[in-house]
Every structure is written in C-alpha cells, then in structure tokens.
Design a protein. Sequence first.
Length: 158
Amino acid sequence: MKRIFAFAIVMLVITVCLPLQSETAKPATLPIAESWIAAWNSHDPAKWATYFTPDIYYEDVTFGEISRGSAEAGKFAGSLFTEVPDLKLELVEAHMEGNHGSIQWVLTGTDKGVYKTGKPFKVRGVSVIAVKNGKISRSLDYYDLATIMRQVGVLPAS
C-alpha cells in the first residue's frame, strides 16, 4: 500500500511539473537556423544563398518551385523579396539529427506580387533540411497556401 501511495505522489508531482517545464523551456534552435532566418530577413538574395552548398536542391513544395544550385536559389529568393517586400520570418524552433533536420517558422508579409492584393498575411511553415559541411544542401519548404489565400482575399474566409 505504501508503494502505491508513493507511486501516486510521484506521478502527481510529474503531472503538475511537466506543464510548468514546457511553458518555461526555450524552444530548440540551431545556429544554422538562426543565421538562415536572419539571411531571409536581410532581403539580400546573395547573402541568403551563402547558407547553401553550391549544388543546393531547394524546393518550395507548395508552389512546386525547384531551384538547383545556389545561383538559382538566389534568384528564387530575389523574386520572393519583390513579391513580398516586407517578408519576415520568425524562428519557432529547429531540430537536427545527424545531417538532417527541420526549421519551423512563421512567415509574415504583404502580398504585392503573387496575387497583387496589397493585403497582409501570416502563415506557419517548416523547412526540412539536409546539411553538408556546415551548409544546407537540401531544403524543402512546406506551408499552407490556402491560409495565405484566405488572408489576402483570394479565397473566401472559412
């Protein structure tokens, strides 16, 4: 009976403390993710492209845009900076296991080029990455285009 009571007390303490720990714990980040987010926010395609290997495979899965090589990836970023001139990424968290990882982010901006509505949007997304020699060699970006389209008025609000 004492063992059951002691076990119940331990489980109660764990149950009470776990939510407190998760609320105060800082999300995981990685230097490469922090630098990459800063490069996005610089709006400088050349700087942004320096975080990739020369043979980067970069895919915006949502739009089906594929860039091969850092020069193509830099052009993609440049067009995005034109279409969303106030583009800003906020790092949510990042994880790496070996040479593979993910960067979770929130993207905000104003649609000036894709649909030309002039309306702001905010969307969560994730980049699934592979790293080689300290640089990103593969990046696949996933986000919900329908969320953006509703916010800029192209789709009806749900």
